[in-house]
Design a protein around this ligand. Sequence first.
Ligand SMILES: Cc1cc2nc3c(=O)[nH]c(=O)nc-3n(C[C@H](O)[C@H](O)[C@H](O)COP(=O)(O)OP(=O)(O)OC[C@H]3O[C@@H](n4cnc5c(N)ncnc54)[C@H](O)[C@@H]3O)c2cc1C
Length: 376
Amino acid sequence: LLAERGIEVAIVEEHPEIGHPTCCAGIVGAAGLRELGIKPGKWVLNQLTGARFYPPSGEPIALSRGRVEALVIDRAQFDRELAIGAARAGATFLMNTRCVGFGRNGSVKLRGPRGKTELKPRLVIGANGAGSLVAQEAGLLKTAKYLRCAQVETIADIDANTAELYFGRGLAPGFFAWVVPAGEVCRVGLGVSEGILLKRLQNFIKKHPIASEKIRSARILHLSTGLIPQPLTREIYADNLMLVGDAAGHVKPLTGGGIYLGLSCARFAAEVAVRSLEANDTSAKTLREYERLVQKKFGAEFKLGMRGRKLLEKLSDEELSSILKLLDNPEIKALVLEHADFDHHARLMGALVKKGPSLLKAIGMRKFLKYLRYFA
Ligand SMILES: Cc1cc2nc3c(=O)[nH]c(=O)nc-3n(C[C@H](O)[C@H](O)[C@H](O)COP(=O)(O)OP(=O)(O)OC[C@H]3O[C@@H](n4cnc5c(N)ncnc54)[C@H](O)[C@@H]3O)c2cc1C
């Protein structure tokens, strides 16, 4: 976006190839991509028309509106196409080059094929993931929080167009496990807020009473681990510096999805960056506008989503099962199918809260009040 506006851009990537290594289930909402003006390309591996939720106990619950809700993408190929777009717009790529330091004066220390070098750009955009080094060095991650995730690509026998989500404190405390059909393979992974990550993934693949029957544990083709940042736990700008994507914690709090959200917020970053560069003022005071625009569009999403996540973290397996079972209640299921939006969960939460009386009837007064506390 910056290069398209005629700004001189250097993209620094520590790996020799764009998009690799990758750690992502690759699910992106079809409507979100349309909003971003990104036309599906050869990176689309599959289309999802529904999801099946597996509570810690009881029967699974399937949700589908019978239409394509999301695409499963080849993330490396997708990133490569974005990079080609940037190159065509005039951006320079410094591949195999690691940013090893960020100075208070906005200088960036690099280590690459030409040895150690230093750049002094007018503005640095930290787009280097959840643990962003520039963000760390600028002191923006002091209160940052994360979930840890691991994922494999393997063969599994599941519906071709349905993502499966598995819940349980013993399985994936604070998050969930997934099996996502991605064309020729399935992506199987989980996130945790505590415990030994890889052991939990191994248990899911080999011992989960339902999932282990479907997943071929001896056919694992790829293993990756990664962090999911928690939104609203970090600053996203400083003098001469803006953060985008995971570096800024721009992910959906309930699912950790950051492709749409990161790209959407990056547009605000580009808009503010262009204006600041044109005005020759990249001070924190001027860049604050970026935060304002992000909060205006996604503030409620972050806040409500985080409250929902906090609630999920506290629920016992029994409570989790009874909440997921609500999706089988005809009135609530109809409401969910009417209001569910792949990228904007706050809309559904708002609709559910408005339907207080039916929720109260389905959950019972004591639990209703207990859960409501998280959203008050
Ligand atoms: C297991 C897992 C599954 C996920 N599934 C989904 C999903 O299904 N849908 C979805 O929307 N989101 C998903 N996400 C989140 C999504 O992957 C991220 O939100 C997204 O990758 C963020 O993109 P990014 O470009 O900000 O950061 P990254 O993808 O982390 O890219 C950062 C880039 O910076 C480079 N870099 C890092 N440090 C340096 C340095 N010092 N110098 C130079 N280069 C550097 C890296 O090599 C990398 O290319 C998932 C995340 C995980 C962990």
